[in-house]
Design a protein around this ligand. Structure first.
Ligand SMILES: Cc1cc2nc3c(=O)[nH]c(=O)nc-3n(C[C@H](O)[C@H](O)[C@H](O)COP(=O)(O)OP(=O)(O)OC[C@H]3O[C@@H](n4cnc5c(N)ncnc54)[C@H](O)[C@@H]3O)c2cc1C
Length: 232
């Protein structure tokens, strides 16, 4: 379905990462994890890109997307938006979804790939679902961890949620995991991995590597769900 809406709020999340909240068009319903196609007008050209809806279906007043700004044309057009500017949206799309149907899930995120997972975690927390969730979230730098404060806050609200970070280029004070998500990390943090449904999202190479590791660890194919963002 096609909708016209406007920018309600812009939120700085991390260096070069911003959330754009649009007034939620009436009649737009979606599941946690789905995406929308956003069209912007820039110098008489139309620019169109797919983005995860990073807000949860429980957040009824707005529809949010969260973008890593890269300096490329779409990023620049987005970065120049102001509150009240018009935006066209087509939605919802995609089957990388969580509807509360699993008792135990695990999430592996790389960088901006956190967006659909944040949406699912917010959904599970707001709906007070019993689903056990472990998220392992990898970033290059500590200050690039998107939604960190909110993830911490949701861990306090939702006793079924556990969040583990790893950083590939940590500062001296970092006392969490170092390096990419690997087999040992998954074995240690998710000992019951064979029983869990995995949601993986990040750059294509990261997703590919995670799927290979899970297969090696005997996680059945039907328990592996993946989404990747080309271009990162
Ligand atoms: C289902 C789905 C969900 C997604 N969700 C998200 C999300 O939640 N958040 C997010 O940030 N992204 C998401 N993406 C990726 C997003 O759609 C864009 O592809 C991405 O953000 C690139 O936008 P951009 O502004 O960098 O580049 P664009 O201007 O759109 O250009 C596209 C690509 O062309 C190349 N390019 C363009 N101009 C140049 C140039 N001058 N020099 C070199 N290369 C160039 C780059 O590779 C660039 O990535 C998602 C993608 C998919 C398929």
């Amino acid at each position: 379905m096609h909708f016209e809406t406007d920018v309600k709020q812009i939120i700085e999340r991390a260096p070069d990462v911003r959330s754009f909240r649009f007034n939620r068009p009436e009649g737009l319903d979606c599941f946690a994890g789905q995406y929308m196609i956003v069209t912007l007008k820039s110098e008489r050209k139309e620019l169109r890109e797919p983005f995860t809806i990073s807000s949860s279906p429980t957040e009824r007043n707005y529809l949010e997307m969260t973008k890593k700004l890269t300096g490329h044309p779409f990023s620049n057009a987005l970065a120049s938006l102001k509150e009240g500017d018009k935006v066209s949206i087509e939605a919802p799309f995609g089957d990388f979804t969580f509807k509360g149907e699993y008792d135990k899930i695990a999430m592996l995120a790389g960088g901006i790939g956190i967006t659909p997972l944040r949406c699912m975690i917010r959904y599970a927390t707001d709906e007070k679902l019993d689903t056990k969730i472990t998220l392992i979230y990898s970033n290059r730098f500590e200050d690039e961890i998107v939604f960190k404060n909110e993830l911490e806050e949701m861990q306090k609200q939702n006793r079924n949620l556990r969040v583990v970070y790893t950083v590939t280029r940590p500062g001296e004070k970092w006392n969490g995991y170092r390096g990419h998500i690997d087999k040992e990390m998954i074995q240690k943090e998710i000992p019951d991995h064979v029983e869990r449904v995995f949601y993986i999202c990040g750059p294509p190479k990261m997703v590919e590597a995670m799927v290979a590791i899970l297969k090696e660890m005997n996680v059945p194919d039907k328990q592996i769900k993946q989404e990747y963002f080309p271009g990162y």
